[in-house]
Design a protein around this ligand. Structure first.
Ligand code: NAD
Length: 347
């Protein structure tokens, strides 16, 4: 099988922790070179990557590199997308594509103008449990999807110079950084686009400019309703990262699947017929949820393989492509605007 020769632009953060190890397991990728402004010799040595650079220019002029994974701070994405696209390199770029819709539109224009295959790093869609949930939803096992809830929180204290803590650099805080993963994931699961959005954002605990709190209310074109909660001020061990999908014939409940790993737990209840009315409403009785198995998939390996496959087949990625990036960016911008204006906004 031919492999795509990839380079990494910004190798020291999530790239170092998750994506490079995941990419190195991808069957259709050869990781040829890495670049970062800091610690790159050490990173290259650790992953045994022969070519490493401290200037993006050198990575992008490396003739062997056909495609790049961009994992730099969000305020640098547009500049790095432009530089890579102008050198004809296909792009797997971390989420969010940029910090605001105007920059996202410019990034999309540049990629399209240069014929670049672009994929964004919303990798949670590749998690085995989320794929299983999607299959069960599509097969009608829980009937019509009426409500979904997704949660992603962490403890993110003030760190000097952290770009996420300055909206001028990150585009915002917990909402753009984490809630957007969940907007994207819920659309994927229910197979319908977000059509209405309203959000609360706030700075409750952490002493920085970006919001540490966000709760989003969503309606999908199908009529399904959802809430997404994403906070930077809840201890990691205090949140089970719950994902709950409720339908007219049952439910699917997951814990620990939203995140960067492959594991977690999934259970569900499937009714054979539409439920009769139970006037007793015995909510305190033991409920018989069944455990549901799923493939243990490294979502970073899977997203990289998916991207490389699109490059090899010279086609737009079916998921996480530019249209999806622009749509999620619009939802994000409207979520922020809804709080400022106190209105539910149509997407
Ligand atoms: N999908 C996920 O699971 C996930 C998780 C975390 C972060 N992210 C995304 O990844 C991106 C990076 O986030 P992070 O947490 O790794 O940030 P980070 O600050 O930890 O790491 C960014 C890296 O970019 C490097 N860098 C800075 N300026 C550079 C430049 N001009 N050229 C090359 N390298 C440069 C830094 O030295 C650092 O190594 C963001 O878009 C973020 O939202 C995605």
């Amino acid at each position: 099988m031919r492999k795509v020769n990839m380079g990494v632009l910004g190798a020291g953060g999530i790239a170092y922790r998750r994506t490079i190890p995941g990419m190195m397991q991808a069957k259709n990728i050869q990781l040829s070179a890495v670049m970062d402004i800091a610690n790159i010799e050490k990173i290259a040595g650790e992953f045994k990557i022969a070519r490493y650079y401290t200037r993006e220019k050198d990575l992008l002029e490396d003739p062997e590199v056909e495609a790049v994974y961009i994992a730099t701070p969000v305020n640098l994405h547009l500049e790095h997308i432009r530089a890579a696209a102008e050198k004809g390199k296909h792009i797997l770029c971390e989420k969010p594509i940029t910090g605001n819709p105007a920059e996202a539109a410019e990034a999309a224009r540049i990629c399209r103008h240069n014929g670049i295959i672009f994929q964004e790093g919303y990798m949670m869609k590749f998690h085995g449990a989320h794929r299983k949930i999607k299959n069960l939803v599509e097969s009608g096992k829980i009937g019509r999807i009426v409500y979904m809830r997704a949660q992603l929180s962490c403890w993110y204290p003030p760190i000097a110079g952290a770009w996420r803590q300055d909206p001028g650099k990150g585009g915002g805080g917990a909402l753009i950084d984490m809630a957007t993963h969940l907007y994207d994931l819920l659309e994927y699961i229910c197979g319908s686009g977000i059509s209405k959005v309203a959000a609360l954002t706030g700075r409750q605990v952490q002493d920085y400019k970006s919001e540490d709190s966000s709760t989003t209310l969503l309606e999908f074109s199908s009529g399904t309703q959802a809430t997404v909660d994403a906070f930077f001020c809840i201890p990691d061990e205090a949140s089970k990262t719950r994902l709950e999908i409720y339908g007219s014939m049952g439910s699917l409940l997951a814990e620990g699947t939203i995140g960067q790993g492959s594991g977690g737990k999934l259970e569900g209840i499937f009714k054979k017929d539409a439920a009769g009315y139970d006037a007793i409403q015995s909510k305190d009785e033991a409920l018989s949820f069944s455990d549901i198995g799923f493939d243990q998939v490294n979502p970073y390996t899977a997203e990289c393989e998916y991207f490389a496959n699109s490059v090899l087949e010279k086609k737009e990625p079916g998921i996480n492509g530019l249209d999806n990036s622009l749509h999620i960016m619009e939802v994000t911008e409207k979520a922020y605007s809804s709080y400022k204006t106190g209105r539910i906004l149509t997407v």
